[in-house]
Unconditional design. Sequence first.
Length: 274
Amino acid sequence: MSMTDILESEHRTGKIKLHGPEDFEGMRKAGRLAAECLDMLIPHVQPGVVTDALDRLAREFILDHGALPACLGYRGYTKTVCISVNHVVCHGIPSERALREGDIANIDVTAILDGWHGDHSRMYGVGPVAPRAKRLVDVTYEAMQRGMDAIKPGATTGDIGYAIQTYVEAQRCSVVRDFCGHGLGRVFHDSPNIVHFGQRGGGERLRPGMFFTIEPMVNLGKWQVKVLSDGWTAVTRDKSLSAQCEHSIGVTETGYEVFTASSAGLFQPPILVG
């Protein structure tokens, strides 16, 4: 199936899809590939490396493994991954910009394998980073984990947002409100939306077979962001540092399954590697 075919077949109905055992297996394979792609990039995230070179490595890796890069050509996007450095919140476009020692960078990749989307992002440190930057990344990772731990049948999407928001704000950071997690599967962006703030009991009721991402964006300063003139790159309005962590999740009968876990154990504290 060509990228054009996939994009034209994407159809968000507004209804939440429930998936069976074969669908879980498809998502495991796609998620594993996305995690392996980000594992592969770890030794390449170094001072002096241009972000476009990392994008090329990711594209070659995905294609070599019989998959397609979901972002390439998506709504006019021209790259395989998003690379968001320092005060860039999300959707940073790879370019000839060179990474510098002390940077923190989020790399976000989605691989389509046999029609299933594995969507995953994580933080990388470029050489030694400042303690406040490392703390921000640790808070963001823990926020994602607390959001996932709120997942079980009968809970709600609001429970997820509440768990993330209360933890982040207790750490004197802020949760970005302009972007959210989303349903996925054979469709890249589907229902439900997973916001990373909210009230207990609010939103959609969680049921076994739901697939979605949890991907909190956390700022050291205020939560407000703006999108630059390229139409993609979102940055903090106060130029404070931002971090993001993302997993693709399936709701099970007893809790949840992470589809994008690193089989090498490389996406867990301490996660600032490189």
